[in-house]
Design a binder for this molecule. Structure first.
Ligand code: DGL
Length: 261
């Protein structure tokens, strides 16, 4: 059985797990929601790197994982290079804002990017944008969304406060005929409904869960994984989590264990 470790600062990575549920079979999946240290997007890159290393070490020691999925754009940006250097035998898959599919799909050429402050400030994001932008005439409307992850973690995705925050961030995109928005944080697909409502016009929201699931399947199969049977999911959290939200995102999860790293 393939053993997969997946982590994020909280609920966001479950949007990736949901995509994995559709594709991956015959595997055990261990998820860590590091809610004690959330939000990652407003921490320093040194702190985010340390959280990522601690979680990976835990996955290896306790669950002997074969694959690590960093289901967090912010942690991918801060830690994936060091994780790959520290664990060369582990298959490691990260999460990056889907700028490439957005460029392929936009008609107006105006693309919005919503992400955490840390992701937008990271070198990795800048490199991604620089390489892709040499190819096509595109205007990017980048917007950091400090505080949005906390609202989502509190189960307050559709409150007036959240709507007002998003309204202000989306205004320049609305005024500039943005037709495609990259959800560059795995929490943000949980706010898709309200983002679509606020944009008013038809807008294409890009998130990367499905691409990660397909990528894992192809890497796993190369390693001899047989994609048959069930997917067993165990959820761990380093502090409190909103169980109602967890149940709304994933089907069939009843209990979550709190762990100390
Ligand atoms: N879900 C994470 C991401 O994809 C970050 C959330 C946070 O700021 O903790 O960037």
């Amino acid at each position: 059985m393939l053993k997969i470790g997946v982590f994020d600062s909280g609920l966001g990575g479950l949007t990736v797990v949901k995509a994995l549920q559709e594709v991956i079979k015959g595997a055990e999946l261990f998820y860590i929601a590091d809610t004690k240290n959330a939000p990652y997007g407003e921490k320093t890159s040194e702190q985010i790197l340390q959280f990522s290393l601690d979680i990976t070490q835990h996955f290896i020691e306790i669950h002997q994982i074969d694959v690590l999925i960093v289901a967090c754009n912010t942690a991918t940006s801060a830690a994936i290079k060091t994780l790959r250097e520290s664990y060369p035998k582990l298959i490691i898959i990260g999460t990056e804002p889907g700028i490439k599919p957005a460029i392929e799909q936009t008609k107006s050429g105006n693309i919005g990017v919503l992400a955490t402050p840390a992701t937008l400030q990271g070198d990795k994001y800048q490199q991604l944008v620089n390489t892709l932008f040499m190819q096509k005439d595109i205007t990017l409307f980048e917007q950091a969304c400090p505080g949005l992850v906390e609202q989502i973690e509190k189960g307050e995705t559709e409150t007036l406060k959240t709507k007002e925050m998003l309204q202000a961030w989306l205004q320049p995109m609305k005024e500039n005929a943005v037709d495609t928005i990259v959800l560059g944080c795995t929490h943000y697909p949980l706010a898709s409904k309200i983002i679509k409502e606020l944009m008013e016009e038809e807008v294409n929201l890009i998130h990367t869960g499905e691409a990660i699931a397909k990528h894992l399947l192809s890497l796993g199969e190369k390693e001899g994984h047989i994609n048959e049977g069930g997917l067993e999911i165990t959820l761990h959290t380093t502090d409190k989590i909103d169980l109602e939200s967890v149940k709304n995102i994933l089907e069939g999860i009843e209990s979550i264990k709190v762990i100390t790293l």
